[in-house]
Design a protein around this ligand. Sequence first.
Ligand code: FMN
Length: 313
Amino acid sequence: MGNRITDLFGVQYPIIQAGMVWASGWRLASAVSNAGGLGIIGAGSMYPEVLREHIEKCKLATNKPFGVNVPMLYPDIEKLMEIIVELDVKIVFTSAGNPKTWTSYLKDKGITVVHVVSSVKFAQKAEEAGVDAIVAEGFEAGGHNGRDETTTLTLIPAVKEKISIPLIAAGGIATGRAMLAVMVLGADGVQVGSRFVASNEASSHPLFKQKVVEAGEGATQLTLKELAPVRLIKNKFYNDIQKAYADCATVEELKSLLGRARAKKGMFEGDLEEGELEIGQVAAIIHEIKPAAQIVMDIMTEFTHAKAEVKHL
Ligand SMILES: Cc1cc2nc3c(=O)[nH]c(=O)nc-3n(C[C@H](O)[C@H](O)[C@H](O)COP(=O)(O)O)c2cc1C
């Protein structure tokens, strides 16, 4: 299938595997790229030299296009960008920051730049900053998110109305039916996160993957809005946060509760009680850990069938 997103990235399907801390290393990114989607290495949890290793391994594992996601909160961001340029990465997704900061630097080096937003205002800012495409991520999504709680169903048509560059929908998309739905709303492609956490190739801890397939409706909540809003599974750590809120904790107290390396502890080391477990609402309909290529194929097959089905409506 061909459209603005497949043309922009040079891929077969407009399915982007989200860059995700502690989940998307070279194994997942190359598996998705080899299956015809766009695989993304999540640099947010990597030291610069670790990112170097992942890019080099990804290049050996696929000759298809792949990208790197760089959250702008990253403290040593200059070093990441130097490695990305040095290793000739062709596609960069930036998130969690001002799109003006890095877009022209990357574009000057011939890199395709995509920025992740959760509101119309920031989508317009990203377009003004010169990015090639936008990911609009709704409230359902796993990981860090906007404060406004705008759902994917509302966000996609609202962003579509105001921008003209290609639009990628994210948040709550794990199936071909959901992909069709957001494309009807105006998206040119989808960014899929949670579904790929429950894949064989994700670097997340097996216990976390198992927790994701067991998670039901209502298992997650967006919290820590005072720091950086994040959607988490309701485990002991989440309950500790709720208790801190009930005790009127200050921002400093919340910061110290969060501490360091909570996300690594939960998602990479598999501490399901004390760790931070980032996942989207859509975990409720993810029941199986599968190979990434199978996930891409399942989404495309369901998309094609659903498209034929809705002709009768
Ligand atoms: C475990 C996890 C880690 C994530 N880490 C990042 C990240 O490092 N950078 C980023 O831009 N988004 C991150 N996200 C958000 C995803 O990129 C994506 O937009 C989101 O997962 C889409 O919603 P979904 O989970 O409903 O598919 C993360 C999401 C999850 C589930």
